[in-house]
Design a protein around this ligand. Structure first.
Ligand code: SR1
Length: 361
């Protein structure tokens, strides 16, 4: 990350966190005791009697940090106590944290990412004990679990077909992918189909790392891929930490090649990077991560109150291009949501008494 970009990202996160934590006196999403919920809202919520545990596999990086801010802001608006656990990429720790969360008898649990082999049994145990569970970006077989995702096959197809069209259906491409993460696997499913339909697209490298320092790892891996592949035209990097790492590596490339990066996700630091003059990152398929976090908290709250939610919930993705951002003078996530209000999916998991969250200001 460049110094300028890092400074902008830190200042933005700091400002957002100040806004949110100003309304949250004791921990994330803690009840203020003075609810602004309307009198028609369920008494349990108005009285601050709902506790939701959020158990996450990953918490750092632009997507995950903004997702958490949206979740915490929504919890605060709903007067929900949010118990926050971040396993920082440690599978075993996530299992322990899930058990710790269960021991606190929350009214519902949100599981964000996680490995199916580790989480399936634990999720089933929570459900059998009567705790409603909603998962984001985790595949489970339990029909009582509500599963939320960003329609990842569609999201993958959006960016992949955009890239292939830009390449006029021919050329050498590198692909950043790590199997085992549900959203990445779904985007990969779409990529397999796109490659099959475009036999002149030549995938010359596949690489990647997911960790607590994904950007840095992918940046250095990309440098090696650039060295080994002189004729490379594009990098498909469908996760913002991948796209950021790939972009920084291309920018540092001493051969000054015109390799383009096609990514996924958005957020203020991503937008800042995409709109820089000559940035290799030319497009990203995305939702608003703040909205995603808010949708998960609304869904879990409704489930905690006994509402039956659909088993599958898709948050629709959109394709964002560098040209669109520049032409519309979009410099951060708030101005993007203002321009594209559909990114705030207020009709997903809602009720007549539910306050409407606004990420456009
Ligand atoms: C390691 S998985 C990363 C992805 O999870 C979320 O679905 C985001 O879109 C991100 O790209």
């Amino acid at each position: 990350m460049t110094f300028k970009r890092k400074a902008v990202a830190i200042l933005t996160m700091f400002a957002m966190a100040l806004t949110i934590f100003a309304a949250v006196p004791s921990g994330a999403g803690a009840s203020t005791g003075k609810t602004k919920l309307p009198p028609t809202a369920p008494p349990k919520l108005r009285n601050g009697d709902i506790t939701i545990a959020l158990v996450r596999e990953l918490g750092s990086g632009d997507f995950f940090e903004q997702w958490a801010l949206g979740a915490k802001q929504m919890a605060s608006m709903l007067n929900v106590h949010l118990l926050y656990y971040d396993a920082e990429g440690n599978d075993a720790l996530m299992a322990t944290q899930f058990q710790q969360a269960m021991a606190r008898h929350p009214n519902a649990i949100i599981v964000d990412h996680g490995q199916a082999a580790t989480m399936d049994g634990l999720v089933n145990k929570a459900v059998s004990e009567g705790i409603p569970v909603v998962v984001f970006d985790l595949t489970t077989t339990n029909p009582k679990v509500v599963q939320v995702q960003q329609n990842d096959v569609k999201l993958g197809n959006l960016i992949e077909t955009y890239m292939v069209d830009a390449l006029k259906h021919t050329g050498k491409v590198a692909y950043v992918y790590v199997p085992g993460y549900a959203p990445l696997d779904r985007r990969n499913q779409a990529w397999i189909a796109v490659k099959k339909a475009n036999p002149k697209i030549d995938q010359v490298a596949q690489y990647g790392t997911v960790s607590n320092s994904t950007e840095q790892a992918v940046e250095s891996e990309t440098k090696a891929v650039l060295t080994a592949n002189p004729g490379l035209k594009a990098i498909l990097a469908p996760y913002d930490a991948f796209a950021t790492g790939a972009t920084l590596a291309v920018e540092a490339d001493h051969l000054q090649r015109t390799i383009k990066v096609y990514g996924a996700d958005t957020g203020t630091p991503d937008i800042q990077l995409m709109i820089e003059s000559g940035s290799p990152w030319v497009a990203s398929a995305c939702t608003d991560p703040n909205n995603d976090g808010a949708v998960l908290v609304r869904t879990a709250t409704l489930m905690a109150l006994g509402t039956k939610e659909p088993q599958y919930i898709n948050i629709p993705p959109t394709l964002l291009t560098q040209h669109y951002l520049q032409a519309n003078h979009i410099t951060n996530i708030a101005s993007l949501v203002k321009k594209l209000p559909a990114l705030n999916t207020l009709s997903i998991s809602t009720a007549s008494w539910m306050p409407k969250i606004n990420f456009a200001s």
